[in-house]
Each structure stands twice: as C-alpha cells, then as structure tokens.
Design a protein. Sequence first.
Length: 405
Amino acid sequence: MKDDTNAGEPSGPLRGIKVLDASTILAGPLTAQILGDFGAEVIKIEHPQKLDGMRGHGLDKEGVPLWWTMVSRNKQTITLNLGTADGQAIFRELAAEADVVIENFRPGTFERWGLSYAELSSTNPGLIMLRVTGFGQQGPYAKRPAFGTLVESMSGFAYLTGQPDGPPTLPAFGLADSIAGIAGSSAISMALLDRERNGGTGQTIDLDLLTPIMTAVGPGVIYADQLGIDQERTGNRSQNNAPRNLYRTKDDHWVAISTSAQAIAERVMRIVGHPEVLDEKWFATGRERAQHADLLDRYVGDWIAERTRDEVTSVFEEAGAAVAPVYRPSDLLTDPQVVETDMITTVEDDELGPVRMQNVMWRMGHSPGSIRHTGRPAGADTDKVLTSLGRSTEDIDSLRLRGVI
C-alpha cells in the first residue's frame, strides 16, 4: 500500500475509466473521489464564478480549504458554465469521451441544458450517468431542495440517536452524504461491470440520499411493518445486547464496550468480578441481557471507574474481550494500528506541503488504489483539458473573456 500511495500515474482497477464530476457538496464529489482513488481519471467541473461550496466548508489553513484538499484529491479541476450554450457544447464533447458522468442538480436541470442522458448517450451509448438527489428523480418530493440533514431526520437516524429522555440528535458531520457517496461508487462499479457484460450499453443510476442511510439505520421499517412498533432512543445502549455502553475511566477518558457475542459477554463479566450473573437464565441471550442493562452497566462501570484507560484496554485485550477508546481525531494520528496499516497517509500538497489524510478505503492485493495528488485550485486544469479537445489558445482566451470558463 505505501509503495503505491502518491504515485504519479493512476493505479487500481479503474485505470482507464474517465469520469466527469459535475456535482457539488458532498455525496457526488465523494463518489468521484473514491473512483479516482482506484485509478479513474476524474475531471471536476465547477462554475467559473460559483465554485463548489465544498471549498467553503470546514476549516482552512492560510486560505487553503482543508476538506476540499481531501475530497477533491486525484481530480483535475476545470471551470465551465453549463448554463451557456458554449459550456454545454464543451460538456457534450467531454461526455462523448467519458465513461461516467456524476451530477446532483435538481431533476430536470440537465434536461433543460440539453445534457439529458438521452442526448449524451446518443453519441456515447456506453455512458453511465449517476444522478444524485435528495429524494430521487420521481415522486412528490423530487424537486424539493434537500441536504443530508433533512434525510438524516427522515431516515429514522435522528429519532434513534440521543438519550431516551432527550431530543432527537443529528450527526455533527455529513453522514447521509458520506453513506450515499460510498453507495454511489458501488453503483457505478456495478454499472461498469454490467456494461462489460451486455455489449457496451450504459445506463442511468438514480441515487437518492434517503435510501442508503435508511438502509444503514437498520430494521426499524420491518419492525414497524410487522410488529407495529417504533424503536425508541436508547442512548449508548443497545436493544440487542448488554453490557454495551460508554464508560468513564479513572483518568477521565471514555471506553466503548460491546458484547454482541455471548462469549464476549461472559468474558466481560468475569473481568469485572461478577461471574455469578452467567448463571442467571436471562444472561443467555443478548436481548434478555439488554433488559438488565442497569445492573450490568453498574457492574462494568464501577470496575472501569477504578482503572485508567490503559489498564482497562490491557486487561480486556489480554482476556479477548472487545473494548475501544473513544478517540478524538488527533488520537488517530498516533494509533499504532492506524499507523502500521497506513489508514492515514501522508500526501504532498503544493501549498501546504506534507498533509495527512485518510487513505483509500480498502486494500486490494492485486490492483491497489493510490492518492496521486490533493485537491487542486479552481480551474487549474482548464486549459489542459480544453486543449486535449482541440481548442486553440485563442478560443480558450475567448471563452474565458465571455465567462464560459
């Protein structure tokens, strides 16, 4: 893995695949990032005056947007006004040579611009178009403006998150968008495989933000359908097993414990000095243990409160019981597992120098991905990309003067 990271040429299973990323915050760009990490040639398209809002999200260092630096890695960046006839013509030229187009405009926008799938695929039948929206291309909510926050609320996630006596809770990060971005990369990979098998014909992919996170939330829908009940907030506890919670250590850290497996639950109770509960009839299943969470949490919490975080993790690891510290992001930078496996890697940035960021998402033995460069300044590759289409310097200058690029 380390040998391939930062390599100058694309590597990975998607080498040779061309992607046009015409999307903005966050699901579409993350999809394109993952494809680029595994070898795809990605061209990121931004409006010349209204750049991707990701450039203004999160913190910056001396004017360099840090989140953008990560999520736009491995992408060429060009500016192109798709609302103009010339911009649309250039996009059609790019799409004629592309394998994938990613867009997240409101339904009907690409059609209004003459960039519908029917139009683009008429000259490129193998084209795959991923269309990312809040609620999908059809239905009564199709044209509603939507952000991850809204579908985090609608999916059941917010309702289930938080303390039982507290309000629903939203995540402090782009959870719905991130799940959808990962799903988008999977969908495109499936469509590429299908294209190979069906004689080279592409297709559209209608990806809404709601479905992936609704799936990740779990069995609530089938519970409501079959049992007529709604899951309720349980805080850090689980309805499926106990002890399962966060516990404060003697040195004022927190650790997480889960006992999804029966053997782990038994080990934990032996560790904390209460093996007698193993003989209780209710201890035999996770669901019944969860009904006695007050007792089990008290036993575990009292034991942990008398020990430091290092003492707790050492004893649990030696006994083969599951435990993990509650980390701040900075703790990940020095964690031995993260460091040894290069989960966070160092990449050279033209403006920031060496920066550390999350590595590619999975380690493939035969065709590993790589991070070749970080997110680039707006329009850094516009001239290069347009020149590759046969545009002259004079033509490019004219397009720039007219605000097309």
